[in-house]
Design a protein around this ligand. Structure first.
Ligand SMILES: Nc1ncnc2c1ncn2[C@@H]1O[C@H](COP(=O)(O)OP(=O)(O)OP(=O)(O)O)[C@@H](O)[C@H]1O
Length: 263
């Protein structure tokens, strides 16, 4: 096979393809876990790994033996910890969405401005619906997940599978709609389901005025990658929950930025 020769290294076309495939895989894994709790776990593992190499090179035998033992069960722990991400990854490969549906990585790779514009267009009906629900003091809970997990929402939700639309969101949450109780779940550019009952947070430090809607929005963001937009029926205020933390009085400009980043 023809190869490129340099003084200090020899690269074959197979090596080049190898590096490109690994880079694409790494990028894809990164885009799957970006903005999720898995990133923190991965960072933790990386620190342990670097620490292990440090103690080994310093010949700290006892410590390196302990870390070594800990790391030998690490693969198993990784599979358990990253089970949802691994599941999504395999599902995605199975659905052949690698190139067709998830164009984000492609756009990011080439810094496409179109993608940002498309994303804003995607978010617009949601922002518009929030504006009108805020005005009419319609309570709402909208959850955004990157990938819809049937298992997570199997018990309570009403499946919708529809294009995101302002009027549909308004209709779901209006007081006389049979679906207005519970959360709407948006994933993969669709309104996936409505009337979902979410796990409530048991965080005792939350202000007492936070009722069930806020607790459900915060609850789902604690243990999953989901973010939640909560519109208070009492005040019309918009709150944004992510990773168990809640941001109150979010303006529409902020909401647009947050959703553009997280959704
Ligand atoms: N587990 C849950 N999952 C999803 N939605 C829920 C859940 N529990 C309650 N809700 C929704 O929250 C509504 C009740 O909200 P509640 O008044 O307790 O909330 P709140 O946080 O005080 O907000 P608001 O300011 O709108 O009153 C219910 O009608 C229902 O739609």
């Amino acid at each position: 096979m023809k190869s490129l020769d340099f003084d200090f290294l020899k690269i074959t076309w197979v090596n080049v393809i190898d590096i490109i495939v690994v880079a694409i895989l790494l990028y894809y894994i990164y885009s799957l876990i970006k903005n999720t709790l898995a990133v923190n776990l991965l960072l933790g593992l990386l620190i342990i790994f670097l620490f292990y190499h440090l103690v080994t090179s310093l010949h700290m035998d006892l410590l390196s033996t302990i870390i070594n033992k800990f790391m030998s069960v690490g693969i198993l722990a990784l599979v358990v910890i990253f089970q949802p991400e691994i599941r999504r990854f395999l599902l995605h490969i199975g659905k052949n969405t690698f190139l067709q549906k998830n164009k984000t990585w492609w756009g990011n790779l080439f810094g496409s401005k179109d993608l940002e514009r498309d994303n804003l267009l995607r978010i617009k009906p949601i922002i518009d619906a929030c504006k009108s629900m805020k005005k009419t003091r319609t309570g709402a809970l909208i959850v955004f997940v990157k990938f819809y997990d049937d298992q997570l929402f199997a018990n309570s939700c009403e499946i919708i599978e529809s294009k995101i639309s302002k009027r549909l969101l308004e209709s779901i949450f209006q007081k006389h709609s049979p679906l207005h109780d519970g959360a709407v779940v948006i994933a993969e550019n669709k309104i996936k389901s409505a009337s979902c009952i979410l796990p409530l947070t048991d965080n005792e430090k939350l202000p007492p005025q936070f009722g069930l809607r806020h607790r459900a929005g915060i609850g789902i963001s604690e243990n999953t990658d989901a973010v939640a937009v909560i519109i208070s029926e009492e005040t019309g205020e918009i709150a944004y929950a992510k990773q168990g933390r809640v941001r109150m009085n979010v303006s529409f400009g902020e909401l647009e930025k947050l959703l553009n980043k997280d959704f």
